[in-house]
Ligand binder design. Sequence first.
Ligand SMILES: [Zn+2]
Length: 139
Amino acid sequence: MPQLRHPRPQPTPLDTPYWDGLAEGMLRIQKCAECGTYQWYPRPLCSNCYSEQLEWEPVATAGTLYSYTVTHQRTGFAFDESLPFVVAVVDITEAPGVRLTGLLRDIPGDPKPGMPVRGIIKTIEAGDSTYGVLEFVPA
Ligand SMILES: [Zn+2]
């Protein structure tokens, strides 16, 4: 059996601050310095006012479950060890309009859209480097 592995993030110049934040144990979301709009995914311009004055703001990981899917299919990655698993889409409370995707773990019963969740930043050891991934658990 081949070695199961976590897929590594492939940061781009646009999303490197997000990945660097997770590696430092914090969630950072792109925010417009002109109008205050948070946005996800990272872009070179504000999606509201087209300003180029974008910053990366630390935000709390708390949110509410917007939607989810249960994955039963093997992918060949390390996630196979936790099949079936739940992939959640979460509205981040401190960053209105931002929905992030991540694994949802430790759910008592079925997930319910609207349920409060919080993020945990998991450190993954990957050979000569480490990186952080955001997962969610019930709040
Ligand atoms: Zn703006």
